[in-house]
Design a protein around this ligand. Structure first.
Ligand SMILES: NC(=O)c1ccc[n+]([C@@H]2O[C@H](COP(=O)([O-])OP(=O)(O)OC[C@H]3O[C@@H](n4cnc5c(N)ncnc54)[C@H](OP(=O)(O)O)[C@@H]3O)[C@@H](O)[C@H]2O)c1
Length: 230
């Protein structure tokens, strides 16, 4: 059981990230979160009734200096951290590799892969034994997903990053998981599957509840965990 409960969650303005922020606050955590749009973060804070344990700052996780400023801000507010959730992500285009626009490729890799590297690198010096890193992955990062392009490749990278990090942190007693949330009712999912009825999908809150369960589980560090597999 952790004495202090302080978390950084990237991409908390909507979707799965927002649900994780809400669930952590409910569970007594202090949370610092970001997204690229400050107005969305301000709205989030207002909608949640401006809880004292919630800190917000605009940040693009794909930009080094922006991440440095965000992590500095979070540490100043939280004083340390026991949980990092790398959730922010971009879908990119759903076309073949041959047709994939170079600028979209570069942006998706920058955000989905470089982003988790920057955030994790700047957070790690402040994380102690017992802390946890959770990286949002995808089924598209585990088996070939034709026409998912940079998204799929970035998520294979997230799986690899998580495995490697878990090994490096084993002796320090910091656990690392790659979490595949599965089909979830969010803007990203609606963009990927415009024909789908969102009502048939689980709400993000279910993923957030599962993440809390994972934190309190004995699942070995370095595991690639599917939603509801614990
Ligand atoms: N939904 C699903 O079915 C599903 C399935 C598998 C995996 N996932 C993964 O779960 C995670 C969350 O997905 P979601 O469906 O909740 O997506 P979403 O609804 O599109 O929300 C993404 C969040 O990330 C933020 N974000 C995007 N780019 C960012 C950047 N460069 N810097 C900082 N924040 C950024 C967004 O805010 P701004 O746009 O304002 O920056 C938003 O808050 C992603 O990693 C996704 O790959 C989702």
């Amino acid at each position: 059981m952790l004495k202090k409960k302080r978390a950084i969650v990237t991409g908390g303005s909507r979707g799965i990230g927002r649900a994780i922020v809400e669930e952590l606050l409910r569970d007594g955590w202090s949370v610092c979160t970001c997204s690229r749009k400050e107005e969305d973060l301000i709205r989030l804070k207002e909608e949640l009734g401006s809880p004292s344990g919630l800190y917000i700052k605009a940040c693009n996780v794909g930009e080094r200096q922006s991440v440095k400023n965000f992590v500095d801000f979070c540490l100043q507010k939280l004083g340390g951290l026991e949980l990092l959730v790398n959730n922010a992500g971009l879908l990119g285009d759903r076309v073949s590799i041959e047709e994939y626009p170079e600028d979209v490729w570069e942006e998706v890799i920058r955000v989905n892969l470089n982003g988790i590297f920057y955030v994790t690198k700047y957070c790690l010096p402040h994380m102690k034994k017992g802390s946890v890193v959770v990286n949002l992955s995808s089924g598209a990062g585990k088996r070939p997903a034709p026409y998912w392009g940079a998204y799929a490749v970035s998520k294979f990278g997230v799986e690899g990053f998580s495995l490697l990090l878990a090994e490096e942190l084993r002796e320090r007693g910091i656990r690392v998981y790659a979490l595949n949330p599965g089909a979830t009712r969010t803007q990203m999912r609606a963009r990927a599957y415009p024909q789908e009825d969102p009502k048939t999908l689980k709400p993000p809150k279910e993923v957030a509840k599962f993440l809390l369960k994972l934190l309190n589980s004995n699942v070995p560090s370095g595991s690639s965990v599917d939603y509801n597999s614990v």
